[in-house]
Design a protein around this ligand. Structure first.
Ligand code: C2E
Ligand code: MG
Ligand code: MG
Ligand code: MG
Length: 281
């Protein structure tokens, strides 16, 4: 499924990206300058609070609009960025871009916490906590502006080190979320000491929630587990109304998915939000 449709409607078939290693090498070397020449952009996908039916937070997802290859999704270049170390600059760019977007939303009277995805390598980047603090203070924002999402598998690649790094961020007051939960093999012992306040259930358990009983059992069990550990739950990959209703039944706090909205450029997001029912009245 390498056929990527951009929000603006053009489609690029970019199968070659994964199959041709020469092209991969080119992309690797181009990625650094892509950050500098603003070929990267953030798309925004809302997280819906299921109790109040309002948008409380927005996840920021990077896209690369390449001058020749067109639209490239993160699954095709984040791994490259991790291999080359360019991820460190990419993450900092994403944090800065997301926080200034948060600031302009706030100035328009909408408070959306921005959720930014970080990689395993960012957790061992000792300059990251100070960078976050500096960006917040430059924009006169506090830590309620931001959530950092890190995948369960990124944490599990070096669990002790990751937990130490997450502890530092948590002590700064940064809200942390485990992404793609259920696919990364953390033990109950590790989960218990994980300094995070939110679990995001991987979309593979959510996509067929309404029709697949095993998925329903898994989602309900993860929600119970998280609640018993004083964590909140977000379900990603909600594509239909029946799944959304099930999530409410399981006391899942937040939902995200195409049923609510796809990730969109900021302008489209603003237009979508102003026409949506998920606003205070
Ligand atoms: P993720 O953080 O788990 O994000 C969820 C992915 O699921 C996104 O794919 C989103 O577009 C997609 N999605 C959302 N709702 C639905 C739905 O209802 N159905 C389906 N089938 N999919 C849905 P995307 O944007 O392609 O991002 C893929 C992954 O790339 C992200 O997974 C995240 O791990 C990574 N990523 C994205 N942006 C960044 C970034 O700035 N930095 C880093 N380190 N990773 C990023
Ligand atoms: Mg995420
Ligand atoms: Mg996820
Ligand atoms: Mg994912």
């Amino acid at each position: 499924n390498k056929c990527k449709a951009s929000h603006k409607g053009f489609v690029v078939y970019d199968k070659t990206l994964n199959t041709h290693s020469i092209q991969r090498l080119n992309l690797m070397s181009e990625l650094r300058s892509a950050i500098e020449t603003s070929q990267l952009s953030l798309y925004y996908q809302p997280k819906l609070d299921l109790e109040t039916n309002q948008i409380v937070s927005v996840e920021c997802l990077v896209r690369w609009i390449h001058p020749e290859h067109g639209f490239i999704g993160p699954d095709d270049f984040i791994p490259l960025a991790e291999q080359t170390g360019a991820i460190r600059d990419l993450t900092k760019w994403a944090i800065q871009t997301a926080l200034s977007q948060h600031k302009s939303w706030t100035e328009q009277g909408n408070f959306f916490r921005v959720a930014i995805n970080i990689s395993a390598l960012d957790l061992i980047d000792l300059s990251l906590p100070a960078y976050v603090a500096q960006q917040l203070s430059e924009l006169s924002l506090d830590t309620t502006a931001i959530t950092l999402e890190v995948t369960e598998s990124a944490i599990m690649s070096e669990p002790d080190q990751a937990i130490r790094a997450l502890d530092i961020l948590k002590r700064m007051g940064i809200k942390l979320s485990i992404d793609d939960f259920g696919t990364g093999y953390s033990s109950m012992a590790q989960l218990k000491i994980m300094p995070v306040s939110e679990l995001k259930i991987d979309k593979s358990f959510v996509l067929d929630l309404a029709t697949n009983e095993d998925d329903a059992t898994i989602v309900k069990s993860i929600a119970d587990l998280a609640h018993n550990l004083d964590m909140t739950i977000v379900a990603e990959g909600v594509e239909d109304k029946d799944s959304l209703e099930k999530l409410k039944e399981y006391n899942v706090e937040q939902a995200q998915g195409y049923f609510i909205a796809k990730p969109m450029p900021a302008d489209d997001f603003n237009e979508w939000y102003s026409n949506s029912n998920y606003r205070p009245r």
